[in-house]
Each structure stands twice: as C-alpha cells, then as structure tokens.
Design a binder for this molecule. Structure first.
Ligand SMILES: [Zn+2]
Ligand SMILES: [Zn+2]
Ligand SMILES: [Zn+2]
Ligand SMILES: [Zn+2]
Length: 351
C-alpha cells in the first residue's frame, strides 16, 4: 500500500452513479458456505473457487512474515467470467508493525476443472475438504507441508504446524480417531458468517435514524477549542468543515442500514469515512494485464464488531477497506490474481 497522501480530486464528495448492494452478516449452515455453493462469506476458512490454490508465500504478511488470515469473500460473477470470487485476507497477528491486507480474484468458466456446469444442490453438498486437496489444518490455505510423523496433517508452513502441535496435535498425532479431514483446534480464524447481499434503499431499510444522526453531527461541529489564534482557527475550521462534511455523509448514508458490513458498487465510488488518505487515480496501480483497476466494493468498520477483534488484537482496525479490481476481469485461467486494496482509517478526531 502506498504512503498516506491527500487526494488530488475530492471524490469523497462525488455522487454515487450506480446502485449499491449492501452486505449483511447472517449465521449460516456450513453446507451453504462450501466452495460448490459459490458463497459470499465472512471468516472461517476460505471457500476457494479455483482449487489450484495460491502458494502460501503469497499469503504472508509483509510486516511480520506470518500467514494472513481469511477475512471475507464476495461471489460476484459480473463481467465475462461465469464464476468470479474476490477474497480478502489480513494479518491478525498481535502488534504487527505493518499489518498487511490483500485481495485476490479467481474466475472460472461454466465448463471448468472443478465444478459441474449445473449447480450442485445444497442438500448434496458434502462438508469437509475435497479429496486430494491438501489444506492447512489451521487456516484452510494451501498445505504443501505435512507432519513428518503421521503424514496426514497438512500445513501452509512452520508457523501453523507448530501452533497445531502445541494446541493438541502432539497428543493426537498418529492416533486413531482423529480423521484426516478433521479440523484443527487452535482457533485463529475469524467467526464464520454468510454474507447476504441486498440493494440499498430496499423496503426494510428505513431512514428512521436519519434525523438523529444529522443532529448528532451538527452538535459535534459546534465544539471549538480555546487558546488558538484566529488564523489557525480559520484553517482548522475549513479543514474540519470538509472532514465533517465527508464524515456526516458517511454517517447519513449508513444510517439507512446501520448493520451493513460491505458496500458493493462496481465502477462506482467508495463512501469515505474521512477526507484524509483518499487515493488519487495514480495511487491505484493498473492490473498486471495493463488494464485500469476500478472500485468494486468496500468493507465497512461495522464488520469489526462481528470479528471479536478485542480478543485477537485491538490494533486490527480500519475506517474502510476499498477493493479495486481489473476493469477487464482479465483471465488467469485457474490462478488467483492479486487485486488492490486501499485502507482508510478514521481521522483521530472521529474516534
Ligand atoms: Zn503482520
Ligand atoms: Zn495455515
Ligand atoms: Zn502428525
Ligand atoms: Zn487485468
């Protein structure tokens, strides 16, 4: 991610051209969250689309070199691909100095190497990993390393192997009763939910909270500190005015559906939480195919309430995470292509 920088264009205030779909978390039966059901989901293990998984090295945090954890995925078969899934990973290691977030895209045709052309009914979906697919017992990423004693426990690398060893594999290794597909005990994963999408401004999102939120933000901008000279005060006021406007817009918009954890609007613009650190066009790198990347969805701070972040690490935080993807949805066959994620924090005076 690029260094924090002020925006060239105040796109925080631009109107959103397209319709927005909102994502909400809901508890779901495990069978609904399997790869064969093409789910959108939060937490737990990734429901990989292509089963040719990315190398574990691609999922290491740049700040602490530990494996990142699966955060969420959105099934978004828009564009030329028949199946298309976007996945977001993040580092959840305590006190990571440079916490990394990463986004990946996977696409498959209707005729592909992994799934039948006709969807498999949910009732026939069998939970558990697919035979032949070696997944890390701890995180569900590719597991090329195996326990040298029992040979059936697979891991993405040393870090998760030693976690599992200490969490009980030491005793269970080689014993009957622990099946090869069984899950590991050290729970470093985020709680698992289905991600359900619906259009913004649909019937059940009532703008009842609107007046309350507006009066709230008006009251906030009224407080002014003393002991500052007039010029400085002027400059601060101008800055605060823009900050307040952007944050007020953010609060107004989410008041319509306060539980939203994700906003999807491909080709639209994100709803920024602050006027600071908004990327300019040149901050968004082109795709490896040469095409521009466009905004596709953003993860909202409300999701943090569902992740039990307090017990993981309170320094895992964001205002919003905006994901930008190849506007051509270029084809990488069965490989996962890296997309771009921009993290924006709340400005200090919003906390
Ligand atoms: Zn890290
Ligand atoms: Zn792992
Ligand atoms: Zn073992
Ligand atoms: Zn591309």
């Amino acid at each position: 991610m690029a260094a924090p920088k002020k925006a060239m264009v105040p796109n925080g205030e631009a109107p959103d051209p397209a319709e927005v779909e909102l994502g909400f978390v809901e508890p779901a039966a495990p069978a609904r969250l399997l790869s064969s059901q093409f789910p959108s989901k939060v937490g737990g293990r990734p429901a990989w689309l292509s089963l040719q998984l990315p190398d574990p090295e691609r999922l290491l945090c740049a700040g602490c070199a530990r494996p990142m954890v699966f955060l969420l995925q959105v099934y978004a078969p828009r564009g030329p691909a028949f199946h298309r899934t976007l996945l977001v990973f993040c580092c959840a290691a305590p006190a990571c100095p440079r916490r990394r977030f990463a986004a990946f895209r996977s696409q498959l045709g209707r005729i592909n190497d992994f799934y039948p052309a006709e969807p498999e009914p949910e009732s026939e979906a069998v939970p558990g990993p697919r035979p032949g697919l070696r997944l890390c017992r701890v995180c569900g990423a590719s597991g090329p390393k195996s326990c040298s004693r029992c040979r059936w426990a697979h891991y993405c690398g040393k870090e998760h192997q030693s976690l599992d060893w200490r969490a009980g594999h030491r005793e269970a290794c080689g014993q009957l009763g622990e099946a090869a597909g069984s899950l590991s005990s050290p729970n470093i994963l985020f709680p698992e939910f289905e991600l359900v999408m619906e259009l913004e401004n649909s019937e059940d999102q009532k703008p009842e909270n609107l007046a309350r939120v507006e009066s709230l933000s008006a009251a906030e901008s009224d407080c002014v500190t003393e002991d500052i000279d007039e010029q400085e005060l002027e400059a601060m006021a101008r800055h605060e005015l823009r900050e307040d406007r952007i944050f007020a817009k953010f609060k107004r918009r989410i008041a319509l559906a306060p539980d939203q954890v994700l906003r999807y609007c491909r080709g639209g613009s994100p709803l920024w939480v602050s006027g600071e650190n908004i990327p300019s066009e040149t901050d968004i790198p082109n795709c490896s195919c040469g095409a521009k990347r466009e905004f596709e969805f953003q993860v909202m701070p409300q999701l943090l309430n569902h992740l039990k972040v307090d017990c993981l690490d309170e320094s895992l935080d964001w205002g919003t995470l905006s994901v930008y993807t190849c506007e051509q949805s270029c084809d990488h066959s069965n490989l996962y292509s890296a997309e771009f994620l921009w993290k924006q924090d709340f400005s200090p005076d919003q906390l």
